[in-house]
Design a protein around this ligand. Structure first.
Ligand code: HEC
Length: 222
């Protein structure tokens, strides 16, 4: 392992595309319920959106929890949710207001209409602590797979208004350039010498494989 670490650090410094290092073995447990297109799931969509859009350091993370609100856990999220009633849930209401109390506050971008629909549906469907798994390692095209994955799980912290580590993952060009530097893959497998991304919960192994295959196939805008 020590030699692998040195090899990664060496290639990263040279800004070449590194050979794919071994993934960390601490992958999350696998959820076996397959996804229904009618449902919105907490683990797959809502939690990553909230972590990326609201729980960055200094806001509603486990350490800062501004105004006592910690959006990194289901229990913390449920303090702001009235299950079954999005219009009566402070979580949703704070996202759709248009004044300067909107969450996330400016200069961060508001959640997109599609993201708001997902939050509203999840609450109205009972705000369950649920998750599903329909990830397929044979799907790794940019538009259908990689872009939505990054939009949900990374973009809230990596956009022009919030440039974590100077990395912009809100455009194809930005994602491609982080892939070319080796940082995209190094960070998602939590390799030595890279910041671990996302910080608190590693991507499922299947999603890491999709990213790996997309990069290996040339990081195309396909
Ligand atoms: C909660 C905010 C947050 C989320 C979510 C997040 N990042 Fe980051 N990211 C950061 C910050 C902040 C840094 C700068 C390093 C640091 O301070 O930890 C960073 C650094 C990075 C880097 C530079 C790594 C390096 O070693 O130089 C990459 C690449 C990256 N993130 C990719 C991602 C990807 C891909 C995702 C989604 C799978 C993601 N990030 C999710 C906040 C986040």
């Amino acid at each position: 392992m020590l030699f692998a670490g040195i090899a990664i650090a060496y290639t990263a410094c040279k800004h070449e595309i590194p050979a794919f290092p071994d993934a960390d073995t601490s992958t999350p447990s696998v959820i076996t319920i397959s996804c229904s297109t009618d449902s919105v799931y907490f683990a797959n969509t809502i939690q990553p959106l909230l972590v990326s859009g609201c729980a960055m350091s200094g806001c509603h993370d486990a350490i800062t929890h501004k105004e006592g609100i910690n959006l990194t856990t289901y229990t913390g999220v449920m303090k702001e949710v009235n299950a079954g009633n999005a219009s009566n849930s402070s979580l949703y209401k704070s996202m759709v207001r248009t004044d300067d109390e909107r969450m996330p506050p400016s200069p961060a971008a508001a959640f997109t209409a599609d993201q708001l629909t997902k939050v509203r549906s999840w609450i109205n469907q009972g705000a369950k602590n649920n998750g599903c798994n329909s990830c397929d390692t044979t799907s790794f095209k940019f538009t259908a797979t990689i872009k939505p994955l990054i939009q949900t799980k990374c973009q809230g912290c990596h956009n022009p208004a919030s440039l974590g580590g100077g990395i912009d993952l809100s455009t194809y060009a930005g994602i491609k350039s982080s892939a070319a530097s080796g940082k995209l893959y190094g960070s998602v497998i939590w390799a030595n010498g890279f910041f671990k991304m996302p910080q608190n919960s590693k991507l499922p192994a299947c999603e890491i494989t999709q990213i790996k295959k997309w990069i290996a196939a040339g990081s195309l805008n396909n």
